[in-house]
Design a protein around this ligand. Structure first.
Ligand code: XLS
Ligand code: NI
Ligand code: NI
Length: 439
């Protein structure tokens, strides 16, 4: 039995809202049934490998601060194995059912793609063993197509077709290993798919390249029988000045233009990316649900005063409840879940801080779920919306939607019926007060 890495920390218990123990859940009670499913099944929480186990606390001004036991000098493969052991010890103690990774998070990169693939295979065997032993499952896998300098001008949108080819080969492998580990989705975040300046950029060509890339990935997914959806993760900027996958609407337009079916492609929405795009998180989720492209969530938050992707853990249950309302009312996650794409701050250097961060995040989600349940069960909010749109469910509204009237016919109806609409209150403040009653 190897020495535990998170020594002194036991499995995190649920102790209820009154608990004074910082290493306990106050709301996340995995077996509590909410809207017909266990909380664990509703929330499908995943811990991400990159921030939690690869993050070292570096920022543009300062060096690494974390110095985890599995970081530093030594044989890269041995360190990767120790990192995997640490990760699964963490998952087991926290009690999250899922995890997510990039290929390069779990295994070191070799000198050639062949060597990288070989190193990845060796780590995939290790991960498979740990999954088997612990029961922790893979929510999604992805390929890192942004860290290595070869990707500095993009992956599929690179001016050099060899970079496109390299990226395609890397995604093929990442999809293979995701399938091997039983991954339920495959994510494509357009790491550097965008531009810094139009002075050196052929936008149409780059978009066509990306469209071709996604079609290739989709064909391969069918070829190997990978069942989960491909999830594109919108982000408006950072690292490039303008990322092509700006927001859910831009991604949906991309799907339609390049013939990517909703059966194969969905979105992975990240809270902080939504706010960077000038939307609320709620907007992005509601848009995706409305258009049938909702897939999964990267859970985090930004900082109102900082204009970049700060990837902090969520801490506003009331705000999250409004988002959960859309997800749960639409039937909840199918293959997706809440992946904490979030990192502890640079000064949070203790191993215990990783637990505090995730416990807090899971409690926020659990509380938000309970609040959303009250909102939905009570029906008042939906009732107000239904009443507001009632005119469209019969009479004139329905005739318009059912194409019973053309433009001239509608005009006749207005003129002959002497239609003269009266303004009606939107009742926003009343509804805001109603929402506050559930908190
Ligand atoms: C970066 C992205 C990234 C993706 C996975 O901003 O959120 O972490 O989720 O490549
Ligand atoms: Ni993300
Ligand atoms: Ni992000």
């Amino acid at each position: 039995m190897p020495q535990p890495i998170f020594a002194g920390i036991d499995a995190i218990p649920f102790q209820g809202p009154e608990s004074q123990n910082p290493l306990s859940f106050r709301f996340y009670d995995k077996n509590r049934v909410v809207r017909g499913k266990r909380m664990e099944e509703q929330l499908r929480v995943a811990v991400c490998y990159w921030h939690t186990f690869c993050g070292d606390g570096k920022d543009p001004f300062g060096d690494a601060t974390f110095n985890r036991p599995w970081q530093g000098d030594g044989d890269k493969l041995e360190l990767a194995k120790m990192k995997a052991a640490a990760a699964f010890e963490f998952f087991t103690k926290l009690g999250n059912p899922y995890y997510c990774f990039h290929d390069r998070d779990v295994a070191p990169e070799g000198k050639s793609l062949a060597e990288s693939n070989d190193l990845l295979d060796r780590m995939v065997d290790v991960l498979a063993g740990l999954q088997q032993k612990t029961g922790v499952k893979l929510l999604w896998g992805t390929a890192n197509l942004f860290s290595n300098p070869r990707f500095m001008s993009g992956a599929s949108t690179n001016p050099d077709p060899e970079v496109f080819a390299y990226s395609a080969a890397q995604v093929k492998k990442a999809l293979d290993v995701t399938q091997k580990l039983g991954g339920e989705n495959y994510v494509l975040w357009g790491g550097r798919e965008g531009y810094e300046s139009l002075l050196n950029t052929d936008m149409k060509r780059e978009l066509d390249q990306m469209g071709r890339f996604m079609n290739l990935v989709c064909e391969y997914k069918h070829k190997i029988g990978f069942k989960g959806p491909l999830l594109i993760e919108p982000k408006p900027r950072e690292p490039t000045k303008h990322q092509y996958d700006y927001d859910s609407a831009a991604v949906y337009a991309f799907f339609q233009h390049y013939g990517l079916s909703k059966d194969d492609f969905k979105v992975n929405i990240e809270n902080n990316h939504a706010t960077l795009a000038g939307h609320t998180f709620e907007h992005e989720v509601a848009y995706a649900v409305a258009n049938g492209i909702f897939g999964s969530i990267d859970m985090n938050r930004g900082d109102l005063l900082l204009g970049w992707d700060t990837d902090q853990f969520p801490n506003e249950a009331g705000e999250m409840a409004l988002v959960l309302r859309h997800i749960v009312a639409a039937g909840g996650f199918t293959t997706g879940g809440f992946n904490f794409d979030a990192k502890v701050r640079r000064q949070s250097i203790d191993l215990a801080d990783l637990f505090h961060a995730h416990i807090g995040g899971m409690d926020v989600l659990a509380r938000a779920l309970l609040i959303a349940d009250k909102m939905i069960a009570d029906g008042k909010l939906q009732g107000a919306i239904d009443a507001r749109y009632k005119g469209w469910t019969g009479g004139l509204g329905k005739e318009i939607l059912d194409k019973k009237l053309d433009l001239a016919g509608i005009s006749d109806r207005v003129l002959k019926g002497n239609i003269n609409p009266k303004p009606r209150s939107g009742q926003q403040e009343m509804l805001e007060n109603l929402v506050n009653r559930y908190l």
